[in-house]
Design a protein around this ligand. Structure first.
Ligand SMILES: Cc1cc2nc3c(=O)[nH]c(=O)nc-3n(C[C@H](O)[C@H](O)[C@H](O)COP(=O)(O)OP(=O)(O)OC[C@H]3O[C@@H](n4cnc5c(N)ncnc54)[C@H](O)[C@@H]3O)c2cc1C
Length: 446
């Protein structure tokens, strides 16, 4: 279903690639990460083309809740415990800088995208100690976090943490303006990449540098991203006639809610789960929360989106692998891709232009933080092996990516891959990767 962003902004279409071309930089994917990266590279004078499988921002970016914040759940206590103070401070600094970068870019280019400065809150109705720990951790990371027990929410909370000077915007209006000066080919899926050549059904592109900003990088080897990430899906309902919230909120408890106002709507999100492991009736659960909190509200529209989760909670931004010196990647945003797309754009531009960046070791895809990732690695491997084994002998239900058995998501009427998160409509047409092709099997209709 269309999100409120899609309903209120139609980005003009672009031509598909026709024939072959040479360029300095090719960016695969025209979502927020790809367009921002292409923009900064173009500003540096690099000839850059974006190859987009569908249309600009038709992926997860069109279904986000678009909070621009460095408050990424209970991230800072986790980063401090797993990596120590230096990495944690750099993570905070890069995301705080990203908010300022948006503001500067939007003001300097007069982009009309409902950009608003506001505070961001984590709240709890059950775990005040977790909020207190996060406040302490965020302060150690350099963020002027404040703790409180009163908020503007129409229900009481036990404790909340506030990050000042965060923001929200209309992501598609932003991308419409930013992409207008870029060379983008739509309806041009990259099917494979060999060395410096990208192959599409409409021609090939030869590039000195290649950036995978396609949400989930599709080459299996090198990089092995399929071993290092899974995907999580979450649901959003847009409400009319609910309270207007000045600030943005995220509950840290089980089934905690995400809340932010966008023009006359209030966006209520939640019910997250690993793709392929659906919760029963996620929209009904959100609507029931909405009815309790905002009894006079009615639903304008509802949608879901998914994002890549790394096993150690840090995204992968940098060189794709040690074996591919001219390939780069931006992925694994853990549902915080607004600031992290900006971090990616600035970091990748620096790397490609030969400048150093203090953030390189934080996000390097070659890092190996065994302590942080090993418990989630064990779970991820167990799920993948189980569903891979289940897929064997059941030809009609397998994901074309790696053969995992698909599961039915009745809330969305989709077939979903529990291993890596590819999704297909009820007829087996590809909705989102890492799979590159549809399931050509009419027996998929349940
Ligand atoms: C419910 C929900 C709410 C969220 N809310 C927030 C929020 O409030 N704040 C926040 O910071 N983050 C949020 N996120 C996360 C954020 O939306 C994502 O991290 C971000 O949009 C990812 O952007 P992207 O450019 O990496 O991916 P996408 O927007 O998916 O872009 C990737 C593009 O690549 C294209 N593509 C894929 N394969 C190919 C190929 N082979 N060839 C060519 N093109 C290809 C796709 O068509 C797509 O357009 C949320 C996520 C969810 C699930």
């Amino acid at each position: 279903m269309k999100s409120i962003w899609n309903q209120t902004c139609q980005i003009p279409g672009r031509n598909q690639l026709s024939g072959s071309l040479d360029t300095e930089i090719a960016v695969i994917g025209g979502g927020l990460a790809g367009i921002l990266t292409a923009f900064y590279l173009t500003m540096e004078g690099k000839s850059t083309v974006v190859l987009e499988a569908k249309t600009i921002a038709s992926g997860q970016t069109s279904k986000t809740t678009a909070k621009i914040t460095s408050q990424h759940g209970l991230i800072y206590q986790k980063l401090l415990a797993d990596y120590g103070e230096t990495i944690t401070r750099l993570y905070a600094k890069s995301n705080q800088q990203a908010i300022r970068d948006y503001e500067q870019l939007i003001i300097s280019r007069s982009i009309n995208c409902s950009f608003e400065k506001k505070s961001s809150f984590l709240y709890t109705t059950a775990q005040p100690d977790a909020i207190h720990l996060e406040t302490m951790a965020a302060r150690r990371a350099g963020i002027p976090a404040m703790e409180m027990t009163d908020t503007e929410l129409p229900f009481s909370v036990k404790r909340a943490i506030c990050f000042p000077d965060q923001a929200s915007f209309h992501p598609l209006r932003f991308l419409e303006a930013l992409s207008s000066t870029l060379t983008v080919f739509e309806h041009t899926p990259v099917i494979s990449v060999k060395g410096h050549v990208l192959f599409t059904p409409h021609g090939r592109v030869t590039a000195k540098k290649i950036i995978f900003a396609c949400h989930y990088p599709f080459p299996l080897i090198p990089g092995y991203y399929f071993l290092r990430m899974y995907q999580e899906q979450s649901y959003v309902v847009a409400l009319n006639n609910a309270s207007h919230l000045k600030n943005m909120y995220l509950g840290i408890d089980q089934d905690g809610l995400s809340l932010r106002s966008a023009d006359s709507c209030l966006l209520l999100g939640g019910q997250g789960h690993r793709v392929g492991h659906p919760k029963p009736e996620p929209y009904d659960a959100l609507v029931s929360s909405a009815r309790q909190i905002f009894p006079h509200a009615h639903i304008v529209c509802q949608w879901s989106a998914q994002d890549c989760m790394t096993l150690d909670s840090l995204p992968f931004i940098g060189l794709y692998s040690r074996r591919t010196p001219d390939w780069y990647v931006a992925t694994g945003f853990g549902k915080w891709g607004m600031t992290l797309s900006m971090v990616s754009a600035r970091l990748l531009t620096n790397l490609i232009c030969g400048h150093s960046s203090p953030y390189e070791p934080v996000y390097s895809p070659s890092r190996l933080h065994v302590r942080a990732s090993s418990p989630r690695l064990a779970t991820h491997m167990a799920v993948s092996v189980k569903t891979l084994a289940k897929g064997m002998g059941h030809g009609i239900m397998r994901c074309p990516h790696m053969g995992c058995r698909l599961t039915w998501n009745s809330a969305e009427s989709t077939w979903d891959c529990p291993c890596h998160g590819s999704r297909f409509d009820r007829l087996g047409h590809l909705i989102t990767g890492p799979a590159q092709t549809s399931c050509h099997c009419h027996k998929l209709i349940p």
